[in-house]
Design a protein around this ligand. Structure first.
Ligand code: AGP
Length: 631
């Protein structure tokens, strides 16, 4: 949700800023802009363009902008339409202060009213624009205190201004009078500092700076930093200087190539056998005594013994993974489990119960609702004196260096590698696997499943990577064929039951977000209570029918849809019952517990091919952003 990148050093700022913005474009692509200070003239040059980054590139037309200190932004609109005037950087009336921001300044209207009364004219509809005006006003008040060290003056000015801001932000600020200084600050929005060779930089996310350094310092909430070509100073909200060890990143994981795939999403679907293999290698170990495999979670799980209930907090696709997880934790491991939308949990949490495990699921680790809900849960539990109410937490994330990674120490790193397509695919897959790991661990500790049953499930997990390779290859073709016939449909209904109900929800979400076709996921048995009214020959029904507990029921529900003239697409094996489907995306016969890990593949491919057939921007669908860092 908006990406920011900034640099100061001895090299030209423009290449790093543009490269950084390319890597951050997945966070928002409504508009983009950069501002660079020329240290000789002490002028700020600002360029902005509506739409994709390519428009900004065209505007710059390969012209260099001299200067070694600059800021850049790629926007996902919150306040104000995606227009040039609302694109960042925002500059104060004197043209001396430039700001890029990611977040929401909740009291901006009040601040804007005050500034307008003082005669300051605004050029945009954004919340951000109050910041450069406030900083300029503060600089005037400070009287440009210390002209031989203007960076420190800017630092003081920004600190005074952020004290008056409400909401969340990550920001980077330039001041023409301090051409070799950059001030950065964060509150509940991600920001990392990179230590390069002859330059220091900061960005919303690590890939933005991966071509320039692999050494980073993540900033904590309420911190402010001064970057100059000579070093970095970080201060907390009490103005105490902070010292911490830098972290080294695995560069190859940060630099992502689309290879020969037309879109990142398709590549990431094809990555999934490898994702599964990596997860299995990481979390399954062979017991040297009995030769059996067991789950090896990266923290002490002995506290699972006292856990009586699980609450899972997540958004979007992560919530769908959590719903499969909830099914496994209840039905396989026997632990009562509830899944909550983070945005709902924040304001209407369930009453506190003792011995609860709270699991936060977020691939980006930065989703504002999830982070805030977890914070709220930690706070309210910490206020209870009774030990049984203390917070027990696990994070399931793809980004251990993210906000959730710093919030929670028991982390399951899903290790899917950076995902660029806005529509989550391989990270969903690795989240699912992580829930299988958790359910197995709980079943072992609680003794709710026999050794044989647990081994059987582990063996099934082991079979996944080659099975997935075949499935992807096969359904890449069948999905392409179906897409040819269905790319113009208006509505689709996805049905599933039991462990595959969340897969129906995820299939519908994938189709909606990248093809803009209305789709709804429903528990197959519920269809007759309302949605069946939607069905006719123009509304195809995609039904997930995996052999097991509810197979016959799902087939009967599909029959009900067929009786209303819907075209029926089955995600099912070729077996007795599945002849009712008009088109069968044939699945291998599998163990029901494992079926979600297979059924999701044709659904991902179908959405992908329908969107690609419609000629849409699959990797950067309209109105969406990969990492939703605002409420
Ligand atoms: C996934 O395809 C979506 N783009 C979206 O629903 C996403 O899953 C959601 O915003 C949560 O993101 P997170 O996993 O990073 O918290």
């Amino acid at each position: 949700m908006c990406g920011i990148v900034a640099v100061t050093g001895f090299k030209n700022a423009l290449p790093l800023l543009m490269n950084g913005l390319e890597k951050l474009e997945y966070r928002g692509y409504d508009s983009a802009g950069i501002a660079i200070i020329n240290s000789e003239t002490q002028n700020i040059t600002c360029n902005k363009a509506e739409g994709k980054l390519q428009n900004l590139k065209n505007l710059l037309n390969k012209n260099n902008i001299p200067g070694t200190t600059g800021i850049g932004h790629t926007r996902w609109a919150t306040h104000g339409k995606p227009e040039v005037k609302n694109a960042h950087p925002h500059i104060d009336s004197s043209g001396e202060v430039a700001v890029v921001q990611n977040g929401i300044i909740e009291n901006f209207q009040e601040l804007k009213n005050k500034l307008e009364k003082e005669g300051i004219a605004f050029n945009s509809d954004t919340d951000t624009e109050v910041i450069p005006h406030l900083i300029q006003r503060e600089l005037n008040t400070l009287g440009k205190l210390n002209l031989d060290n203007n960076g420190s003056t800017l630092l003081v000015a920004v600190r005074n201004v952020i004290n008056d801001l409400e909401g969340s932000y990550a920001l980077a600020v330039l001041w023409a009078a301090a051409p070799n200084s950059l001030v950065v600050a964060r509150r509940q929005a991600p920001l990392i500092i990179g230590l390069g060779e002859g330059e220091f930089m900061c960005a919303s996310d690590t890939p933005a700076i991966a071509n320039f350094t692999n050494i980073i310092l993540p900033m904590e909430d309420e911190e402010i930093g001064l970057l100059t070509p000579l070093g970095v100073e970080i201060y907390d909200s009490n103005n105490e200087r902070q010292y911490r060890n830098p972290i080294s990143l695995n560069i190859s994981e940060q630099i992502i190539d689309k290879m020969n795939f037309k879109h990142y999403m398709l590549k990431e679907i094809y990555d999934q056998p490898e994702t599964a293999k990596n997860w299995l290698e990481k979390y399954l170990i062979k017991n040297s005594k009995n030769g059996q495999f067991q789950i090896n979670l990266p923290f002490d799980t002995s506290f699972f013994e006292s856990i009586e209930r699980i609450e899972i907090i997540a958004c979007g696709t992560s919530k769908h993974a959590a719903m499969v997880g909830s099914f496994l934790l209840e039905q396989f491991a026997g632990i009562p489990t509830n899944v909550f939308y983070a945005s709902e949990f924040r304001y209407s949490p369930p009453p506190l119960l003792p011995n609860v495990l709270t699991i936060g699921v977020t691939q980006s680790g930065e989703t504002a609702d999830t982070i805030a809900a977890i914070n709220m849960e930690i706070t309210r539990r910490s206020l209870v004196e009774d030990e049984t109410f203390k917070p027990n937490l696990i994070a399931i994330t793809n980004r251990t260096e993210s906000s959730i990674g710093r919030q929670i120490s028991n982390i399951i790193d899903i290790g899917a590698g950076i995902e660029i397509g806005v529509a989550a695919t391989k990270t969903f897959y690795a989240q699912l696997l992580s829930f299988y790991g958790l359910a197995i661990q709980f079943a072992q500790i609680k003794g709710t499943k026999s050794k044989e049953e647990i081994s059987k499930l582990i063996v099934e997990l082991y079979k996944l990577p080659p099975l997935l390779e075949d499935l992807i290859e096969k359904h890449n073709q069948s999905a392409e064929k179906l897409a040819h016939d269905f790319f113009n449909i208006k509505d689709v209904v996805f049905l599933g039951r039991g462990i595959n109900y969340p897969i129906a929800l995820e299939g519908a979400l994938k189709l909606k977000e990248i093809s803009y076709i209305h789709a709804v996921g429903y528990p197959a048995g519920e269809m007759k209570h309302g949605p069946i009214a939607l069905l006719d020959k123009k509304v195809p029904v995609i039904s997930i029918a995996s052999p097991g507990e509810v197979f016959d029921k799902v087939i009967s529900n599909a029959q009900e849809a067929k009786a209303r003239d819907s075209y029926l697409i089955g995600i099912a094996p070729k077996c007795n019952g599945t002849q009712i489907f008009d088109y069968l995306m044939t699945m291998p016969e599998s163990n029901e517990w494992i079926s979600p890990l297979l059924n999701i593949i044709p659904l991902q491919l179908l959405s992908y091919h329908i969107a690609a057939h419609r000629g849409l921007d699959v990797d950067q669908p309209r109105n969406l952003a990969k990492s939703v860092t605002v409420e």
